[in-house]
Design a protein around this ligand. Structure first.
Ligand code: SF4
Length: 257
């Protein structure tokens, strides 16, 4: 992948040593790993038939990432916005989820969202909330990464340092929240993770508690059930939302779903 610096169009976590390396191949192209039709399995729009546009490439390296083909080992061709629109024109579905990888690394995301909106689409952008961009959508679906995402022992030392330098960016999350509708989904695998969410929220300004969701770190139905057995009560006692991963139950942990 060719890396181009683009510091004027992208806002990285302030203080990060990686400000000028946003992984953008070309300002007019977006690398795409897959485009498919399915049903949303997480968040406010669970159950909504949607087109999924999965971009390829990510500025983080969460060890538990379940779409490695769009992050750790990115696949797919770089396509123009026109080509992406051509590939979805036969889907008669209103909702579009732009996910990844990390869609926000691509400058052309702004153009893609503008053209989708022009075609009457409802747009959700899934992001880890480490990069800001002047793109507009109908729902910002932000999944800030906790310390439980640290790839130590899995990734190179360079990537571990990079991941830790970038993953925590509450000021970027606040900026995305200010752009419109949002939901915040934290991936948790233990009580300690859930408690870290409270710590995170203590440093996040202006959020609506009822838009904050805790989601089990699980890719199998039995793992989901084990996690939910304690997480449901924990969410209830802290007045936060529980978020299941219904697509795992419906389709299994399969690509293209
Ligand atoms: S931010 Fe998302 S796509 Fe990127 S490595 Fe983490 S889980 Fe995977």
């Amino acid at each position: 992948m060719e890396y181009l610096s683009n510091p004027h169009k992208i806002q990285q976590c302030p203080g990060s040593p990686f400000v000028a390396e946003p992984f953008v191949e070309s300002h007019r192209l977006i690398r795409i790993s897959e485009i498919f039709q399915s049903v949303q399995g997480e968040g406010f729009l669970t159950g909504t038939p949607s087109i999924f546009i999965r971009t390829s490439g990510c500025n983080l390296r969460c060890w538990y990432c379940d779409t490695r083909y769009a992050s750790w080992e990115p696949e797919g061709d770089s396509l123009s916005v026109e080509e992406i629109l051509r590939q979805i024109e036969d889907f008669r579905i209103e909702h579009v989820v732009v996910t990844g990888g990390e869609p926000m690394i691509f400058e052309a995301l702004t153009d893609l969202c503008r053209e989708l909106k022009r075609r009457g689409k409802h747009i959700t952008i899934e992001t880890a909330g480490t990069l800001d961009r002047n793109a507009s959508c109908d729902l910002w679906s932000i999944s800030p990464k906790l310390s439980n995402s640290n790839p130590e022992g899995y990734a190179s030392e360079t990537w571990v340092r990079k991941h830790e330098a970038l993953r925590y960016a509450p000021q970027v999350v606040e900026s995305l929240m200010a752009k419109g509708e949002y939901q915040i989904k934290f991936v948790v695998g233990s009580i300690l993770d859930a408690e870290e969410v409270l710590e995170y929220l203590a440093h996040l300004r202006g959020y609506d508690r009822h838009r904050v969701m805790l989601m089990p770190r699980a890719t199998q139905t039995d793992q989901l059930d084990i996690q939910l057995s304690w997480l449901a009560d924990w969410c209830k006692s802290h007045d936060l939302r529980l978020c299941d991963r219904q697509h795992i139950r419906w389709f299994g942990n399969r690509r293209g779903t």
